[in-house]
Design a protein around this ligand. Structure first.
Ligand code: SAH
Length: 388
């Protein structure tokens, strides 16, 4: 754990909602069409609406502007019209923790008193932001601490992209990098495909050149295997896909990832095959949490290799991250290595995920974001100042 500098005031200052802004439609999180309709309804001449959408998007997402007055390529009268009609509202970021390894965990408070966690993982050649799509999760995977919460609610597209918006704003200052985030992964709290429409809108905002401008395949959706939505995803957007496999056969996967009882492995693997058909160079990353004595034997590895033999696959082994009251233990590094070697001998690409940020409970499966868990937060918690 490291001591960390306070977040700079200008970036993190959250203006108090003035009464005048209450009730006005929020422009954050609208689709292109949704924003176009809203601008027209407020009096934007129809022939100009398309261009105005691009300008407003760029101000909000690319430049991080929250004040219509700062949108200087729009006429003054038009800025006033927008300010009268709309608000640009992002949820409050309430704290940030910095791990000894540079990983950062952000906590965002959203309507309903919920808290959402977002994790930034810096690496030499990239910066990955791991975002949440739901508060809690309904899927009940046996080894995941988010599951213990059950599903509280879906995040809106605005709440999903706000995580990226805030992280960029703080990181640009802290790291002095113009583009601190190169990759966004839906591997925080929640099952993204169970919140389909909001997640799709968010992905479009992330990938649009006038939005956050991320490269398409640098946005990764991670799913426990909601098969029908995997097909829809591939029809609607172009993103990378990670699949939480965690077991090579139905008997074991039924226990670890209960959604398997609805969409068993054969159906899941067939859906993965369809997903990669769009592009011969595309791979799916299969996530496999390493649980001591549960799914980490040589036999399990051989069975996994057989299962993925004909698939464009990379396997990502994730050392289990423990949390209170779990019955699982992490496999030893030697076991993980032996498991990986069996897969490699069978010509699979394998990586082992380095555990990052576990000193601040920011590692995979440790995100809970509950108000109750705040009592346990460490001294490095940084309260975010609120403007008077
Ligand atoms: N619902 C999505 C995103 C979940 S989080 C999904 O299932 O893919 C991203 C990854 O972390 C998933 O592969 C998930 O299974 C894994 N994970 C969950 N709990 C974990 C834990 N305690 N230790 C290690 N990985 C975990």
């Amino acid at each position: 754990m490291t001591a960390s500098a306070p977040i700079t005031q200008d970036v993190m200052t959250i203006p108090r909602k003035e009464d005048a802004t209450l009730g006005k439609p929020n422009l954050v999180g609208l689709t292109r069409d949704g924003l176009r309709d809203a601008l027209i309804a407020a009096g934007t001449p129809e022939p100009q609406a398309r261009m105005r959408v691009g300008q407003v998007w760029q101000w909000i997402y690319h430049w991080g502007v929250r004040d219509f007055a700062a949108m200087t390529n729009l006429a003054k009268d038009y800025r006033a019209l927008l300010a009268d009609s709309f608000q640009i509202s992002l949820p409050e970021m309430v704290s940030r923790q910095v791990s000894a390894d540079g990983t950062r965990k952000y906590l965002m408070r959203i309507a309903g008193g919920h808290e959402v966690e977002t994790v930034y993982i810096p690496e030499a050649d990239r910066g990955t932001l791991c975002i949440s799509s739901q508060v809690g999760c309904a899927l009940d995977c046996a080894f995941c601490s988010t599951a213990q919460q059950g599903l509280q609610r879906n995040l809106t597209a605005a709440e999903i992209v706000s995580q990226v918006w805030f992280a960029i704003r703080t990181l640009v200052d802290e790291l002095g990098k113009e583009r601190p985030i190169s990759n966004v992964v839906f591997m925080g709290m929640g099952e993204p495909l169970a919140n389909y429409n909001q997640v799709i809108t968010a992905i479009r905002l992330l990938q649009d050149d006038l939005g956050f401008g991320l490269s398409k395949r640098r946005v990764t959706v991670s799913t426990s295997g909601l098969v029908p939505f995997m097909d829809r995803l591939s029809a609607d957007v172009d993103t990378a896909l990670a699949v939480s496999l965690h077991a090579p056969n139905d008997a074991l996967r039924n226990e670890l990832v209960p959604i398997n009882r609805k969409y068993p492995i054969a159906d899941l693997i067939a859906a993965c095959g369809r997903y990669t058909q769009r592009d011969r160079k595309m791979h799916i990353v299969y996530e496999y949490v390493m649980l001591d004595g549960v799914n980490d034997s040589d036999d399990n590895a051989r069975e996994l290799a057989r299962l993925l033999r004909h698939m464009p696959a990379k396997v990502n082994l994730i050392p289990f991250n423990p949390f209170p009251q779990t019955r699982f233990r992490r496999s030893s590094p030697e076991r993980i290595e032996a498991f990986a070697n069996i897969l490699r001998r069978n010509k699979l690409m394998v990586t082992t995920r380095r555990t990052r940020g576990d000193d601040i409970d920011a590692a995979c499966g440790q995100l809970v974001g509950r108000v109750a868990s705040r009592q346990q937060r460490r001294l490095s918690d940084i309260p975010v100042r609120v403007a008077p």
